[in-house]
Ligand binder design. Structure first.
Ligand code: G4P
Length: 527
């Protein structure tokens, strides 16, 4: 295998999706710890409200004590080079999270075993499943009194529509959590509540092995054996292809905070998780192992370092190798440029990248040249598929308080739209034209106000609108004409695509009934 090939296939780039508080930060810390990337689990994110929280890049984050921005962390484990795309945990920042998922080749869905599938998990899952990437499930907090594992699996199927294959199975839970049984190796990892990170392993011949009687209380053991039988008879068969196609999710149980089950998960994950996958472009599929460097920007982040008002564009390398100072073609601008000083991220540190390969994420200093979705290619001028926009959930009419500041207001608005913090719509066929801002989470309005004031010296007026859904509309030309004449709350997005805004599902469904030959897309990614 060539060096390039070797480097690329050793990479795994994935995102963790979950609802706030499920334990994403905790799990990430443990993974980094295994990789030796941090010496002590706990240094990724400080406790809430402490000053040095890693991703407290923006002032507003500090004020709120929450993490607004996504970061990328890389670590090595055995022969693997792993990139974790961390996603903002707070509910308010989902569109950013959605987009980050386009840079991942697989996802790990983290579920709080006491709570099951929660709202944000469901939204993020939808995006992953739209892309058909493999999804792994870690069911966390087994050291607590939690829900029945079968019930959780059923819920995953009902709510998310995905079937599951438990790779391991818990013996007991909470006060009586004995450990996990690995269905493939038939090893039991025993949980020691007093010293959870000390894991004792027992090789068994199967669930019926008498060796288990030595460690597990008879009633819990009986239940475990019954459950294993049920799984073998009624559970889904193991099917690697379905896992790769995102139709079956391998499920792991554990307790991230106790560092229990995490290594078991990591080992299996690395076995299954795909190496960097290519991407569609307007000139065909781009394979990762092709010599020539190419990549796309999936996120633009302002003010990562408040001392320098710089912006960083995050680029996912799709193919080939990046070398320091290389010359690339910025396809949208049709301009040749030198990629100077990209950074790679490890927890708190930014370090200059010497070389990076397909699958890696690099951060480029951005003087204002990059937009989400931009393609950079070493040779040729192909564009990667467009980056989708997702339906915002909150809308407000926006204008500058001071007409004199109109110019900087417009500039700031455009900038923030390009970063993807907000979506900007313009009323369609209505005069005077009104600008409408859409955000996935309401807190973004505050971010918007704060940044326009601080960075662009523009005070804004926001008039909240009673709307909650955006749909990109396409379909039959005649119906579309009727729709354009009659429908209220029509807008166009930045690419001049028609977007209809609705107050609620009921209103949306009325329009769907009335215009059966129109399509109402949940995101802008359709053709
Ligand atoms: P998030 O990033 O998904 O929002 O979750 P985070 O890791 O911050 O974890 C949320 C809370 O859940 C934390 O408690 C954390 O310690 C706890 N937790 C994570 N994994 C487990 C687990 O396996 N078992 C149990 N019992 N708890 C777990 P906290 O009290 O909110 O914060 P902290 O004071 O512990 O930092």
């Amino acid at each position: 295998m060539s060096k390039l090939n070797e480097e690329i296939t050793s990479r795994k780039t994935f995102a963790i999706i979950s609802h706030p508080d499920a334990g994403k930060t905790t799990l990430t810390e443990k993974l980094l710890y295994f990789g030796g990337a941090i010496r002590e689990a706990g240094s990724v994110k400080g406790k809430k409200n402490t000053k040095q929280a890693t991703s407290d890049w923006m002032e507003i984050e500090k004020q709120r004590g929450i993490s607004v921005t996504s970061s990328v962390m890389e670590f090595h484990y055995k022969d693997n080079h792993i990139n974790i795309l961390d996603t903002p945990g707070h509910e308010d920042f989902s569109e950013d999270t959605y987009r980050t998922l386009t840079a991942a080749d697989s996802a790990t869905m983290l579920i709080d075993a006491a709570k099951g599938v929660e709202a944000q998990t469901e939204k993020l899952f939808k995006v992953c499943s739209m892309r058909g990437i493999p999804i792994f499930t870690f069911i966390n907090k087994m050291d607590r009194e939690v829900r029945d594992p079968f019930e959780l699996m059923e819920e995953m199927e009902e709510v998310l529509g995905i079937r599951s294959y438990p790779m391991n199975w818990p013996i007991g839970m909470g006060q009586n959590f004995y450990g996990i049984y690995d269905r493939h190796s038939k090893k039991v990892e025993l949980f020691n509540g007093d010293n959870p990170s000390h894991v004792e392993e027992k090789q068994t011949t199967g669930p019926d092995d008498p060796i288990l009687d030595e460690f597990v209380d008879p009633s819990f053991l009986a239940q475990f054996r019954e459950e294993m039988e049920l799984l073998d008879v009624a559970g889904d068969p193991y099917d690697e292809q379905k896992i790769m196609d995102g139709e079956l999710t391998p499920v792991f149980f554990g307790s991230a905070v106790s560092n229990f089950g995490v290594q078991n998960f990591l080992e299996h994950f690395l076995h299954f998780a795909p190496s960097p996958v290519g991407r569609e472009s307007d000139q065909g599929f781009v394979e990762p192992v092709q010599e020539k460097f190419s990549g796309f920007i999936f996120k633009v982040q302002a003010n990562m370092n408040p001392k320098h008002r710089d912006r960083i564009a995050f680029l996912r390398i799709t193919s080939g190798k990046y070398t320091q100072g290389m010359q690339v073609n910025h396809v949208r601008l049709n301009k040749s440029m030198k990629l100077a000083q990209p950074t790679q991220f490890l927890a708190q540190d930014r370090s200059i990248v010497q070389a990076a390969y397909a699958g890696d994420i690099i951060g480029l200093f951005d003087p204002g040249t990059f937009r989400i979705g931009d393609s950079l290619v070493e040779k040729g001028s192909f564009q990667f598929a467009e980056m989708p926009h997702f339906s915002p959930e909150h809308f407000a009419a926006i204008s500058a308080k001071d007409a004199m500041k109109h110019k900087s207001f417009e500039k700031g608005l455009q900038q923030l739209t390009e970063e993807g913090a907000i979506q900007l719509f313009e009323t369609y066929n209505r005069y005077p034209q009104q600008q409408i801002v859409g955000v996935v989470g309401e807190l973004q309005f505050e971010v918007l106000e704060h940044r326009l004031k601080n960075e662009y010296k523009a005070d804004i007026k926001l008039e909240h609108l009673p709307l909650s859904i955006a749909r990109w509309v396409s379909g039959d030309a005649n119906e579309l004409e009727q729709f354009k004449k009659r429908q209220r709350n029509l807008t166009t997005d930045r690419d001049d695509k028609l977007v209809a805004l609705f107050e609620n599902e009921f209103q949306l469904n009325m329009s769907k009934d009335k215009y059966p030959n129109l399509n109402f897309h949940e995101n802008s990614y359709f053709n």
